[in-house]
Ligand binder design. Sequence first.
Ligand code: SF4
Length: 123
Amino acid sequence: MTELTCIVCPRGCSLRVDGEGDSITVTGNACKRGEAFAVSEMLHPMRTICTTVRTSFPDAPVLPVRVSAEIPKDRIFDVMREIKKVTLTKPVARGETVIENVLGLSVNVISESDLLLHEKREG
Ligand code: SF4
């Protein structure tokens, strides 16, 4: 038996998961999305990342970024390492790609802000 808190909506139902593989049963969920979350969490947990990336702009030294879709939970630290390698030297708009297809996961790291659009390039 595994206990989980559903993170799909703010209600945060306490889920109980019994069984494994094809015979998982979920209780405690107030809706079907909770069951889907619990099954996914048991079989292939996924997460999103919201963080920041360094820039070369003194007035905006970091830019908020996120992944464009969820990634496997066990790749979070690998993706964070890739994000930490980047220093943006050109302005990017909100939604623009900062890292394309990060680590071959078919997910981009994208800008969450227009913060840099008003910055002048260094040098
Ligand atoms: S089970 Fe449904 S109602 Fe409960 S937290 Fe998950 S999504 Fe929300």
